[in-house]
Design a protein around this ligand. Structure first.
Ligand SMILES: Cc1cc2nc3c(=O)[nH]c(=O)nc-3n(C[C@H](O)[C@H](O)[C@H](O)COP(=O)(O)OP(=O)(O)OC[C@H]3O[C@@H](n4cnc5c(N)ncnc54)[C@H](O)[C@@H]3O)c2cc1C
Length: 366
């Protein structure tokens, strides 16, 4: 729909994907980003649901991500003793969609989406409040207005706080914490995405381009990374990681609600529905949201009605992924004595489906 002006609050993965998608449909877009410059982040799994949403808006959007990512065709779960519990073959996706899993750093992904979007980001622009008629106030006192405002400003979203009643804005608190790092050297032992069980949860291991390996390990606040009980391979990976490429992180989630905004304002990605990283879907869902929102906004009709349609269309999908991520976390955090027999007793196909169902592209992007 030409003539539409959209302000996107937040130049992260979801915000930049949306900016690129809207620009390709002739919409004027302004991206406001609080940070002074690009945020540095570590590894991510990027799945076909997000890749296909990008491709629906242009092969160049998909290629931009693929060129900074490492493809993989299988996922594997392994006990601390090195016994493979299950291997999930993902090559069907490559045959069907041209892509299976991708390993990418958060910063490379943001940079690639920023470049391909073709929309300049206004860095250092912190949004402090938004009104339902599309007015946005910045911390420096400037005000802007647009036909539509999208809060893509992450888990602590200022747009969400302005739109939803108190109690609907706060995440549940840190519900998963751990260490993450990037070790130099690719690992031939981990040709895909591996989940290795350990004493405090799991360690996810992912190959990155440039012969690097990303890992994320669940651990309580006081536990050092890769201590007793983790497999030798995991401990070696931690030891090989330089200190400046290893840090603690925590992830919070929130049960998705049905209301994401009011009037000319809506939310997207973590601002709307943060999910735990156990299914590796937070960023992918943000890109999928962006695709659906861009489609609804550029279909003929009233933009306010388009926002409500987008929210209704996304509710079931994001709720399912939120629940799956929580379910996997419960399973991963059982003591090894309970977890290993339980996981071994689950049929391979079912375990695979728990893991891959959220990553299957939705019908409108297949
Ligand atoms: C340990 C860990 C592992 C993960 N692994 C995966 C994975 O494998 N796969 C996956 O898909 N996801 C993964 N995730 C989740 C993923 O990182 C997030 O879901 C994703 O970054 C959300 O994208 P977003 O664009 O919604 O928000 P963000 O990436 O949080 O971007 C929000 C942007 O808004 C800006 N901003 C915030 N407030 C304001 C404001 N007031 N004004 C202007 N700008 C503002 C921020 O600076 C930021 O740039 C993981 C998360 C963690 C913690």
């Amino acid at each position: 729909m030409s003539g539409l002006h959209v302000i996107v609050v937040g130049g992260g993965i979801g915000g930049l994907a949306l900016a690129g998608m809207l620009r390709r449909s002739g919409v004027e877009v302004t991206v406001l980003e609080r940070a002074a410059e690009l945020r540095i982040g570590l590894g991510l799994t990027f799945w076909p649901n997000a890749a296909m949403a990008l491709r629906s808006f242009g092969q160049d959007m998909f290629d931009a991500v693929r060129t900074v990512a490492q493809p993989f065709d299988q996922a594997r779960m392994e006990t601390a003793a090195g016994h493979t519990v299950t291997t999930i073959d993902l090559s069907r996706w490559r045959r069907q969609y041209g892509v299976a899993g991708l390993g990418v750093t958060h910063s490379d992904l943001v940079r690639a989406l920023g470049e391909v979007s073709g929309v300049p980001v206004r860095f250092g622009a912190e949004v402090v409040s938004v009104t339902e008629d599309g007015k946005v106030s910045l911390a420096d006192g400037e005000t802007l207005s647009a036909d539509v405002v999208v809060g893509a400003d992450g888990v602590g979203s200022a747009v969400r706080k302005a739109m939803l009643p108190p109690g609907h804005a706060e995440p549940r608190g840190p519900s998963m914490s751990g260490w993450q790092g990037v070790a130099p050297g690719g690992s031939p032992e981990f040709p895909g995405f591996d989940v290795v069980f350990g004493p405090t949860g799991v360690c996810g291991i992912l190959g990155l381009p440039g012969e690097r390996t990303y890992w994320f390990m669940q651990a309580p606040a006081d536990a050092p990374p890769g201590g007793d009980g983790w497999s030798e391979t995991v401990r070696e990976l931690v030891q090989a990681t330089p200190e400046d490429l290893m840090w603690r992180d925590s992830a919070r989630d929130r049960a998705p609600g049905r209301a994401w905004g009011r009037g000319r304002v809506t939310l997207l990605g973590d601002a709307a529905h943060p999910v735990l990283p156990t299914v590796g879907q937070g960023a992918c869902l943000a890109v999928e949201d962006a695709g659906v929102l861009a489609r609804r906004l550029t279909a003929a009709g009233d933009p306010v009605a388009a926002l409500r349609r987008y929210e209704a269309d996304r509710y079931e999908r994001v709720t399912k992924t939120y629940k799956r991520a929580r379910g996997l976390r419960r399973m991963q955090q059982l003591t090894p004595a309970l977890r290993n027999p339980l996981v071994s007793a689950v049929p391979d196909g079912l375990l695979g489906r728990m893991f891959t169902e959220s990553a299957e592209p939705i019908a409108e992007f297949r």
